[in-house]
Design a protein around this ligand. Structure first.
Ligand SMILES: Cc1cc2nc3c(=O)[nH]c(=O)nc-3n(C[C@H](O)[C@H](O)[C@H](O)COP(=O)(O)OP(=O)(O)OC[C@H]3O[C@@H](n4cnc5c(N)ncnc54)[C@H](O)[C@@H]3O)c2cc1C
Ligand code: SF4
Length: 497
């Protein structure tokens, strides 16, 4: 059943499970719970967008499918965009389909320092990842769809002898259109919109779109319903009553706000916000690269992932975004624009030490995040390594796009990147991997969610997204989020509620 909240009138129905959010976590939970034969409702604030309607243009896509039309930011010393999907399927619709299992070295402290080894057992997660990988056709990006900007990282890998490889992605018959950010026009990307949500719907789940969950209702320590408003004129109210449980999967940015609005009170709620800041460089090659032909993100270098805390990824950004980032103005900008056919973009994805916060304020969601001095050192090392990779692949110039550095640097000048300012305002960064704002803990005093995924001191209000992660993951998080949500949903389905 579908309820389009942009046209709906008031709604009040009961389900066994009510899930808030339809992204990686919510859709995976729906896929598991729909299989139990019990009734499931998924509430999604954004619209259902048919892949046939995906636009090649960035700004209409931002308007329709991105939170805050792509304008959400974290504030600190610098304003850093926080990019998220706001549509049926959540951020999985606009992401690059990169798949990484949680590395053992990241999970180990989850067990030893946080005591979560039994709550999030790695062996179980691996079983879930096996299943997800089968169901979402996850495989290494084949050379036929690399395109030149991915192939060049393969050249760098060979020449520098570093650890790098084609990325594993959840795609089927990728056509190398380099358009993942604005939604895959051929549904090759196995996002939740075209996989687990239709699966759950076929099994009877109700999908409510343009339906913003505003509050969870209570009877003592028991969550009984989720209420909110549809986007239709007049803002009709909806109530989804929960006979068994409410699962919150609204993302590490929206989950703490919903919990706070619903009366959950913990000093850890909205705290410990962690991320992987991303920062890109452009490499200019002697021959044409053609950035808009190839798998959007098809190759990465994990050489310094563990000790250096950064990974380098290829990325094809849409032309509007590339042009906005070109160096110079006037004639210099025109010259740079004419050189873009020769450009590739590779980005540092850094496992930051920084912890910020996410709070609901009268003006909306207030995200605070500041890189630490240690993070800035690592970021500059990551940028230098990226330049080394570019030059090893044959680039003739690298354009840093960093305030205080030359617009163009030549081979042999990679070291300049380590002299970039120790000030986050000098860099263009984004955050799209988000964690920790309702973290899981053994003791109620140390976190928001217990080892059974229920919010401490509640019986049946569960959190199943990356809000509960005790740390960031050092790798692209969708797969970990899905594995954890699958594990949580299995446990919740077995619990006596
Ligand atoms: C541009 C981009 C590229 C990325 N690339 C990759 C990649 O290649 N690989 C990877 O592993 N990760 C990638 N990520 C990150 C990954 O997509 C996210 O980590 C993951 O989707 C998060 O899952 P989630 O379920 O927590 O949140 P989301 O997938 O963001 O879903 C949350 C959903 O909840 C909805 N929601 C929020 N509040 C409410 C409310 N009150 N009521 C109803 N609904 C609500 C939102 O609208 C949203 O649709 C990328 C992210 C972005 C933005
Ligand atoms: S590169 Fe193009 S065809 Fe391939 S998954 Fe992304 S949007 Fe779809």
């Amino acid at each position: 059943m579908r309820v389009d909240g942009s046209k709906a009138s008031a709604f009040d129905e009961a389900f066994d499970y009510v899930i808030v959010g339809s992204g990686a976590a919510g859709a995976t939970a729906a896929r598991v719970l729909a299989d139990t034969g019990r009734s499931v409702a998924v509430l999604e604030e954004g619209p259902a967008v048919d892949p046939k309607e995906f636009s090649t243009e960035v700004f209409p896509s931002f308007q329709r499918m991105f939170r805050g039309q792509g304008g959400q930011v974290a504030r600190g010393r610098a304003f850093i965009p926080v990019v998220q999907g706001r549509c049926l399927g959540g951020s999985t619709v606009i992401n690059s389909a990169i798949v990484w299992r949680l590395p053992d070295d990241v999970w180990e402290p989850w067990k030893t320092e946080y005591g979560l080894g039994d709550a999030l057992p790695l062996s179980e997660l691996h079983k879930h990842w096996d299943l997800i990988e089968k169901e979402l056709s996850i495989a290494e990006t084949p050379p036929q769809v690399w395109g030149e900007f991915n192939r060049l990282m393969d050249v760098a890998k060979t020449n520098l002898r570093v650890s790098a490889a084609p990325i594993r992605r959840n795609v089927r018959d990728c056509r190398a259109s380099a358009r993942c950010l604005t939604g895959c026009p051929t549904s090759a990307k196995q996002s939740m919109l075209v996989t687990y949500l239709p699966y759950a719907e076929k099994k009877g789940a109700a999908l409510l779109t343009c339906a913003k969950a505003e509050e969870i209702r209570w009877d003592g320590d028991r969550a009984t319903a989720v209420s909110g408003t549809f986007e239709a004129p007049g803002r009709p109210r909806f109530t989804a009553r929960a006979r068994k449980a409410v699962l919150v999967a609204a993302s590490a940015i929206q989950t703490p706000g919903l919990l706070a609005r619903s009366g959950v009170d913990s000093p850890h709620l909205g705290e410990h916000f962690q991320a992987h800041p991303g920062c890109a460089l452009m490499g200019i090659f002697p021959n044409k690269v053609g950035m808009w032909r190839g798998a959007t993100q098809g190759y990465d270098a994990d050489h310094h992932r563990r000790l250096g805390r950064f990974k380098i990824e290829t990325i094809a950004l849409p032309p509007e975004i590339v042009f906005a980032r070109l160096p110079g103005a006037g004639k210099r900008w025109m010259r740079a624009m004419l050189e873009t056919p020769y450009a590739a973009i590779w980005a540092v994805q850094m496992r930051a030490w920084a912890q910020g916060s996410v709070r609901e304020r009268f003006f909306g969601t207030d995200i605070k995040f500041d890189l630490t001095p240690r993070d800035l050192v690592q970021m500059r090392r990551g940028l230098r390594f990226t330049a080394e990779l570019f030059f090893a692949a044959g680039a003739k110039e690298v354009w840093p796009g960093i305030h205080g550095l030359p617009e163009r640097i030549k081979p042999g000048e990679e070291w300049l990147l380590e002299t970039a300012p120790a000030d986050s305002r000098a860099y263009s960064m984004i955050l799209s991997h988000l964690f920790g704002t309702a973290r899981m803990s053994v003791r109620a005093a140390d976190g928001v969610v217990g080892t059974d995924f229920a919010v401490h001191a509640t019986r049946n209000l569960f959190v199943v997204d990356s809000s509960l992660f005790p740390t960031n993951t050092s790798v692209n998080p969708q797969h970990t989020i899905m594995g954890v949500a699958m594990h949580a949903a299995n446990r919740i389905s077995e619990a006596k509620l």
